[in-house]
Design a protein around this ligand. Structure first.
Ligand code: COA
Length: 249
């Protein structure tokens, strides 16, 4: 694969960086695969104590690559890449810290529902246009978002496709802190560095207790996944993806 996902180690912190800035870090299947692999390897390696997700200046991610969605909508194989990534993320036992600057669309937003501490810059935008694309919420967001922010706010985000500013995301409990752009990565790494020094077993147990019933999350992931795939292949979704592609011309 290319360098669209960069995996770096700093002491006991593993940083997974989305690095496809020309496409606003739209996530391809190969990128999901690389992220799933990095998460699994980080989980298996005792030397790694914290996972970190970072994007590029101006774009954490514009969500799933719409060209990939279109290929599936046109009858292509959907593979296991996205599923493997979601499972690895949802079942991560070590703390996950993330940093957002700018766009956080689709999975660029829902990924943070699984993170333990998310920092975002003031100009960040969290948005999930699932229904506009004739899709349904993914990444267990239909379970986790209402739990975190209440039904009405979650509906505005996931059903209505309202964009949340960093302030609104903070107010909704989607993120932990707003930090200035120049300090974003330092703050993320400082939090990860502090977590790295804590007794790892106690931290993992604390996370497990707070995350609650894992089976419920996995069951929701499966339920959403089936509906998502069904909708991906619908005429209305095909039209939405084609319209986005045509928009470029
Ligand atoms: N999949 C594939 N390509 C994408 C993409 C995506 N999700 N998001 C952006 N890109 C591409 C654009 O096609 C464009 O490519 P090009 O330069 O070859 O034409 C490039 O990234 C830059 O995007 P652009 O639209 O020009 O930037 P913008 O700042 O005007 O808008 C977004 C950024 C993210 C608001 C807009 O690109 C967008 O709405 N993307 C789709 C988001 C989405 O629906 N994601 C799926 C959620 S489930």
């Amino acid at each position: 694969m290319s360098d669209h996902i960069l995996v770096e180690r700093t002491e006991a912190v593993q940083v997974i960086r989305l690095n496809r800035p020309d496409k606003k870090n739209a996530i391809t299947r190969a990128m999901y695969d690389a992220m799933a692999k990095a998460l699994r390897e980080g989980e298996a390696d005792d030397a790694v104590r914290v996972h970190v997700f970072l994007g590029s200046p101006g774009a954490f991610s514009s969500g799933n690559d719409l060209q990939d969605f279109l290929a599936i909508a046109m009858g292509g194989d959907h593979g296991d890449d996205v599923w493997d990534f979601l499972i690895a993320l949802a079942t991560a036992t070590k703390p996950v810290v993330s940093g957002v600057d700018g766009l956080a669309i689709g999975i660029g937003t829902t990924i943070h529902l699984h993170c333990d501490m998310t920092f975002a810059t003031p100009g960040s935008l969290f948005r999930t246009p699932f229904t506009d694309l004739a899709l349904v919420p993914e990444a267990a967001s239909s379970l986790l978002a209402p739990r975190i922010m209440g039904h009405q706010r979650a509906f505005a985000l996931l059903g209505m496709g309202e964009g949340f500013t960093a302030e609104q995301a903070l107010d909704a409990g989607l993120i932990w802190q707003i930090v200035e752009r120049d300090h974003l990565e330092d703050e993320v790494m400082a939090a990860a560095g502090a977590l790295e020094k804590k007794p790892p077993k106690a931290l993992q147990l604390a996370k497990k207790l707070m995350k609650g019933d894992q089976e419920q999350v996995l069951a929701r992931l499966r339920e959403e996944g089936e509906l998502f795939l069904q909708q991906l292949k619908s005429d209305e979704a095909r039209e939405a993806f084609t319209a986005f592609m045509a928009r470029k011309k």
